[in-house]
Design a protein around this ligand. Structure first.
Ligand SMILES: O=C(O)CCC(=O)C(=O)O
Ligand code: FES
Ligand SMILES: [Fe+2]
Length: 430
């Protein structure tokens, strides 16, 4: 079978059709599984909604909780203002953390149909991705919170860069709808590779990892994927909030690249059949958490989990996809006093329809169709990803990091708060 394959199944209709007990095995081979109505199927959808609404009632008040219930979580950013967001996020994390052990158990029992012990990440992730143009105003302020990155887009990464186990299975559960433009990017073309990153966990600019796989979800649907798939967030260019809870687990003993990982203890033993050992393990975790945190900070000083990422100097043996990066082509440039007056000439045989190629450190060219060749800055206006490794879609260059489509007609993107990309019209030679 060719991986990664995307399989869509409906919980009710039913999962047996793909041999449920094989899901974990298939996911760890790179297959991406979509379970429609997953949360409804395990009896958790309404419960989760109620829990979050209760947290909102406690932090933002009765009236706002009511409004959100009526309008749906897609309207989160209209109801909750940016000042309220830190307390809403803090409370949501606290409430979801309390139900994570049982949620994990229900997923393992009912979705994976596994009877044997497993491990889950102590804290689920609560991801309120509000439209980027709104959250952009607070990016610096929010960066000090532990949930930073859960309301703003995350760049392409393997979860093991952040010390998750290499055998982790990520269950990414939609509470609101998920649309193209605010979802998850999975990069199937580099599955099986562990790409290099910087010390603070950013993909290197010279890596080429192809186009992203994006999946639309209805509330309650889940995507199950291997945490080692290179993945990232789409920058939210829609006008709706995308609300997802994601939980990582291992269906066997967790395996870590780095034995000294401070995250190691956060994988909690559990048993789908309520074993005494599991209950004991979970109580011990609760008791030891405070103690452990104190020891950890004493040993590691300033180093904490947030900045503990794998980097090239911590482990060797990373895959390198820079050789797949598009090769430069030569272009003759006759500078003018403005973008419109600047002329670029290139040899048509050097650039096929749909191709993007770099021409200098700053510039690349793309052929949209037989008659349209556009040169544009390589620097994405969002976080500076190299657009020479992006791809073309509907007259736009799509950024490789967060999937932002940028018009090659006028340099604009659906995120209006971002500066426009500089674009030049080109002519062919000969
Ligand atoms: O929800 C997102 O945008 C990113 C998800 C992610 O990186 C994860 O669940 O590990
Ligand atoms: S969309 Fe984020 S760097 Fe381009
Ligand atoms: Fe991730």
């Amino acid at each position: 079978m060719q991986y990664p394959r995307v399989t869509s199944i409906s919980f009710h209709n039913h999962i047996e059709s793909i041999a449920q007990e094989k899901i974990a095995e298939r996911v760890l081979c790179g297959e991406v599984i979509i379970v429609r109505q997953c949360l409804q199927g395990i009896g958790y959808f309404e419960h989760l909604q109620q829990i979050i609404l209760e947290g909102i009632r406690q932090t933002a008040g009765e009236e706002k909780a009511k409004q959100l219930k009526n309008k749906g979580f897609e309207a989160f950013h209209e109801v909750i203002n940016l000042e309220e967001l830190p307390s809403v996020m803090g409370m949501s994390y606290q409430l979801v953390r309390a139900l994570t052990p049982d949620l994990a158990k229900q997923l393992v029992k009912q979705v994976f149909q596994q009877q044997k012990a497993f491990y889950f990440e102590e804290e689920s992730n609560v991801r309120f991705h509000i439209p980027y143009d709104i959250v952009r105003q607070r990016i610096t302020e929010y960066s000090k919170f532990q949930w930073n990155g859960k309301v703003t887009p995350h760049g392409p990464h393997h979860d093991s860069w952040y010390q998750c186990p290499t055998n982790s299975v990520n269950v990414w559960m939609a509470i609101s709808s998920v649309k193209i433009g605010n979802g998850l990017n999975i990069y199937p073309q580099v599955y099986g590779k562990l790409l290099p990153c910087t010390k603070d966990g950013k993909i290197l600019g010279d890596q080429y990892f192809g186009s992203a796989l994006n999946i639309e979800l209805e509330p309650g649907d889940a995507i199950i994927f291997h945490g080692e798939h290179l993945h990232s967030s789409e920058i939210n260019s829609t006008d709706t909030t995308r609300f997802v809870i994601s939980l990582r687990m291992t269906l066997d003993k967790p395996q870590f690249i780095d034995d000294n990982s401070p995250y190691k203890n956060d994988y909690i033993y559990s048993d789908p059949n309520d074993g005494l050992k599991a209950r004991l393990a979970q109580s011990l975790v609760k008791i030891s958490r405070r103690f452990r945190n104190r020891i950890n900070s004493a040993i590691r000083g300033k180093e904490n989990k947030q900045n503990y990422v794998l980097s090239l100097d911590k482990v060797s043996g990373f895959d390198d996809t820079s050789s797949a990066f598009p090769q430069p082509i030569s272009v003759k440039i006759i500078p003018g006093t403005s973008v419109d007056e600047t002329k670029l000439f290139l040899d048509s045989k050097d650039l096929a329809i749909g191709q993007i190629k770099p021409v200098s450190q700053k510039l690349c060219v793309a052929r949209i169709d037989e008659h349209r060749i556009i040169a544009f800055s390589r620097n994405c206006p969002h976080e500076g990803a190299d657009l020479a490794s992006g791809y073309l879609r509907d007259g736009c260059v799509v950024c490789p990091w967060h999937n932002l489509p940028i018009s090659l007609e006028n340099g604009a993107s659906p995120c209006q708060s971002l500066p426009k990309l500089t674009v030049f019209k080109c002519s062919e030679q000969g």
